[in-house]
Design a protein around this ligand. Structure first.
Ligand code: PRP
Ligand code: URA
Ligand code: MG
Length: 212
């Protein structure tokens, strides 16, 4: 694993919230709230390297030389469905970001992603993109998302925000594209025979939307 392209968000509050997220007794309502909160905390790390520009601000006392985020505008791209649970947390941090949707689900037998929807901001090629999806298991869904974004003209680093990742999925994603950076709150042991993350937290989409 190329550690320079993976950031483990190991802040104590993040790890505490993640432990509640993993608990099978956690309610749908609380699970949804935690996914949103964790996305905000992780977004803080994922935006740490955004460029700043000097600006002069008139305070009630005098002119202050301040800094504001500059450079390319941002787009948040959730992988439906589960990625939707992270969007509002990232938008709490970056309210002006645009949102592009990518729908895909995993085929239960092959574990390959099946795309079913896409709708991007028209200027997606000119934006810094943050892909959000709570789970990085085999990596197939995120690789498909990155391939799609490249086909839409997105150049430069794509930031991939997940909450739980499997080592084999991380390796597959890093091998598929040499300009992505993965942010995750946990790197778990691996995958089971159904390609679910172990210990993981189960099916994130079902737990966010209460569909099982
Ligand atoms: O790394 P992978 O092996 O591709 O697995 C991860 C994908 O699987 C889940 O989606 P799912 O297919 O359950 O769809 P859903 O979000 O609609 O529940 C998850 O939200 C990721 O998108
Ligand atoms: O563990 C997993 C793997 C894929 N998708 C999930 O929601 N959970
Ligand atoms: Mg699911």
């Amino acid at each position: 694993m190329d550690n320079s392209r993976v950031t483990l968000v190991d802040h104590p509050m993040v790890q505490h919230k993640l432990s509640i997220l993993r608990d099978k007794a956690t309610s749908c309502k609380q699970f949804r709230e935690l996914v949103r909160e964790l996305a905000l905390f992780e977004g803080y790390e994922a935006t740490r390297d955004l460029p700043l520009a000097d600006v002069d601000v008139e305070t009630p006392i005098c002119t202050a030389r301040c800094k504001q985020v500059s450079g390319k505008k941002l787009a948040v791209v959730p992988i439906l469905r589960a990625g939707l649970g992270m969007v509002d947390g990232v938008l709490d941090l970056i309210p002006a970001a645009r949102v592009g949707h990518l729908g895909m689900y995993r085929n239960e037998e092959t574990h390959e992603p099946v795309p079913y929807y896409d709708k991007m901001p028209e200027d997606i090629a000119n934006r810094t993109v943050l892909v959000v999806d709570p789970m990085l298991a085999t990596g197939g869904s995120i690789i498909s998302a990155v391939t799609y974004l490249r086909s839409r003209g997105v150049t430069g680093e794509i930031k991939l925000m997940v909450l739980v990742a499997a080592p084999e999925g991380i390796d597959a994603v890093l091998a598929a594209d040499d300009n992505v950076h993965i942010y995750t709150c946990a790197i778990d042991e691996g995958l089971n025979s159904a390609a679910y993350i172990v210990p993981g937290l189960g099916d994130a989409g079902d737990r966010i939307f209460g569909t099982k």
